[in-house]
Ligand binder design. Structure first.
Ligand code: HEC
Ligand code: HEC
Ligand code: HEC
Ligand code: HEC
Length: 197
């Protein structure tokens, strides 16, 4: 039985094989097809547990944010019943990612202690203050945004967003990003110095 971690083998800085997300849950050389166990447990089930018995952020079942094992959110059919719970909880289908769905708005500090090490989402304070957290620990950002902060599948917008920016974008200090955009440094700032040292 494959595990989530058999394919979701880690983050940008630490994963097995060439991809962050594999398409085969076992090593093709292994005739027993033993499910891969990730070294980096960022996206892994609880020890030895099945997904449906595993818990993550705040001790919640994985299923509370991702749906049941054979119906991981979102369902590609926009009108599918599988998308109703997430839409009611956070206003759009897919993984539950809006912190305000569970936390009182503005009650959280600026943090990287959200699910899987995620930061505040759709919070203008994050737009203003995130530079300091980057300076303190660049690797904590590179792990999802990419080694050169170029954006990856782990930094995708969950829904259409308008972010505040430092720099002038066509006459205003905000930028609109469509759902599914890989959020990169360069979308909002001049290209940074190389970070691949
Ligand atoms: C056989 C490999 C495999 C397994 C096992 C697997 N995934 Fe995935 N998953 C993928 C791939 C590949 C993608 C990316 C698909 C794409 O981008 O085209 C993905 C995408 C996702 C997404 C993003 C969906 C979206 O549209 O944003 C989530 C969330 C996810 N998986 C959660 C899980 C969970 C939870 C489990 C365990 C119950 C799991 N996956 C098990 C391979 C796997
Ligand atoms: C509070 C909500 C929450 C809980 C609980 C939660 N997750 Fe997630 N999960 C997320 C969010 C948000 C993301 C997207 C992170 C990103 O885009 O970088 C995610 C991403 C993932 C992915 C990677 C999908 C991809 O696109 O590559 C996997 C796999 C996953 N979670 C598995 C789990 C497992 C296993 C558990 C339980 C041990 C769990 N999650 C518990 C919110 C949650
Ligand atoms: C599905 C509900 C849910 C979502 C969504 C969610 N959290 Fe939480 N979070 C919890 C629960 C439950 C706890 C544990 C509270 C406790 O132990 O008292 C928690 C605890 C925390 C804590 C520990 C400090 C505290 O206030 O207790 C932080 C920090 C945190 N969450 C950040 C985030 C961030 C950032 C996001 C969005 C990326 C997020 N959370 C999304 C439910 C959620
Ligand atoms: C677990 C993965 C993850 C990590 C770690 C992470 N990010 Fe993100 N980041 C995301 C995702 C996903 C989004 C898009 C969220 C959305 O709007 O749906 C995002 C969006 C952003 C945005 C635009 C949103 C806004 O409110 O302005 C900024 C800026 C940002 N990240 C900076 C950082 C910095 C700086 C760090 C390190 C301190 C960091 N990120 C670490 C996943 C991550």
């Amino acid at each position: 039985m494959p595990k989530c971690q058999s394919c979701h083998v880690g983050d940008v800085l630490n994963h097995q094989g060439s991809d962050i997300v594999r398409r085969l849950a076992y090593d093709p050389e292994d005739k027993a097809a033993t499910p891969i166990l990730a070294d980096n447990k960022r996206f892994a089930e609880s020890d030895t547990g099945l997904y449906r018995f595993s818990t993550g952020h705040g001790g919640m079942d994985c299923t509370s944010c991702h749906g049941s094992p054979h119906a991981i959110w979102p369902n590609a059919d926009e009108n599918a019943n599988d998308n109703i719970a997430a839409t009611q909880i956070q206003g759009h289908a897919g993984t539950i990612t809006e912190c305000n769905s569970c936390h009182t708005p503005d009650s959280l500090p600026l943090t990287l202690a959200g699910p899987h090490g995620m930061h505040n989402v759709n919070d203008p304070r994050w737009g203003e203050e995130h530079g300091d957290l980057y300076e303190d620990n660049p690797a904590s950002c590179q792990s999802c945004h990419g080694i050169n902060l170029e954006g990856t599948r782990l930094s995708r917008t969950a829904v259409d967003r308008t972010y505040q920016t430092d720099d002038d974008h066509q006459g205003n200090n905000s930028i609109w990003l469509a759902k599914g955009t890989d959020v990169s440094y360069m979308l909002c700032h001049e290209r940074p110095e190389a970070h691949d040292d």
